[in-house]
Design a binder for this molecule. Structure first.
Ligand code: HEM
Length: 305
């Protein structure tokens, strides 16, 4: 004792029988022994710099549950946490797309690799909802009214960046001008995969004109010529920059597919074949959505390598 090193109460009690809770508390009472090591505590002139940066007070007061059920809180917070991850991932993919436009592959790869970790964290946040029973979900489902993740604009921006564009997905957001404007801008901008294909063309790969000049506000349709390009890339040197780009995109595609499937399974467990709060057929509709391929030629090319 007296070295100044912090001793956990349980460890101390274990190894030194005389080290009781009281000893620990009296030690705490004498904490200011080393005031120069302690954090600053007085921010009486205003809010803390932490609050100014993180806005934790705002963030932790956005949990307005709609029922009295104690299980609703984790449903709401998990949804909010996922919205935050969607926001980070959109930022990463937009960073990657802009970098590719400048032929800056290292910056694009860094952003895509960060997004891989973020997608893993996003997918791990299914955990608290993964075992929801129908009775538990029913306890607050009615309070959600017609609210559904289908109305998530940030998720839609993710899908737009992945090439799954659709003007009709703007309709739910007509009443929210900022959200609508952001989504409309994203609809008319080239997606991440469009930028990849334009980059491949500048690198000398024979990307067809109709792919390069496609209407980017429409869903990306797979092309045999693009499949052949990826086949050639994958048959070549795996350390090549383009091959590494292909693998980073494949990681993204796989993790998006995993999110959709985890969502599907959680939904099946929580509500079986009932219709969704957003008005869809529920699981049957989600099954179809989960089947959609992300960056399709990166998957089909594998059959020919
Ligand atoms: C276990 C709880 C959940 C159930 C039972 C559930 C159920 C559903 C259902 C049935 C749909 C289809 C649309 C509809 O009719 O509502 C849907 C769509 C969707 N949900 Fe969930 N959901 C759950 C949790 C979440 C969470 C936590 C998020 C996170 C934001 C989320 C995001 C989405 C998204 C983005 C869609 C649209 C998917 C697409 O457009 O392909 N869901 N959900």
């Amino acid at each position: 004792m007296g070295t100044g090193a912090p001793v956990p109460v349980t460890a101390g009690a274990d190894r030194y029988p005389e080290y009781t809770q009281e000893t620990a508390m009296s030690h705490e009472a004498h904490e200011p022994e080393t005031p120069h090591l302690a954090p600053k505590i007085d921010w009486s002139q205003g809010t803390t710099p932490y609050e100014d940066y993180v806005k934790a007070d705002v963030l932790t007061h956005l949990q307005h549950t709609l029922s009295d059920d104690p299980g609703e809180m984790v449903f709401l917070v998990t949804t909010q946490v996922m919205e935050l991850w969607f926001t980070v991932i959109v930022h990463e993919w937009e960073t990657a797309a802009q970098a590719l436009r400048r032929d800056d592959v290292p910056t694009a790869l860094d952003a895509l690799r960060r997004s891989r970790r973020e997608l893993e964290a996003l997918n791990a946040s299914w955990k608290p909802l993964a075992g929801l029973t129908p009775a538990q979900f029913n306890s607050y489902r009615g309070a959600l009214g017609e609210g559904s993740g289908f109305q998530s604009a940030m998720y839609r921006r993710m899908e737009f960046l992945l090439g799954d564009k659709s003007a009709s997905m703007l309709v739910p957001h007509r009443g929210a001008p900022r959200v609508h404007a952001e989504l409309e801008k994203a609809l008319h901008e080239p997606g991440l995969y469009d930028e990849v294909l334009r980059f491949l063309a500048r690198r000398g790969h024979p990307v067809p004109k109709e792919v390069l000049e496609r209407d980017v506000s429409r869903k990306y349709e797979p092309s045999r010529a693009v499949e052949e390009i990826w086949t050639a890339v994958y048959a070549g040197d795996e350390r090549d920059e383009v091959a590494r780009l292909g693998e980073a995109l494949t990681d993204v595609a796989e993790l998006v597919w995993r999110w959709r499937n985890d969502h599907l399974v959680a939904t099946r467990r929580a509500m079986g074949a009932k219709t969704g709060t957003g008005g869809s057929a529920g699981v049957a509709w989600l099954e179809k959505r989960a089947q959609k391929s992300v960056f399709p030629e990166l998957w089909t090319a594998r059959s020919y390598v």
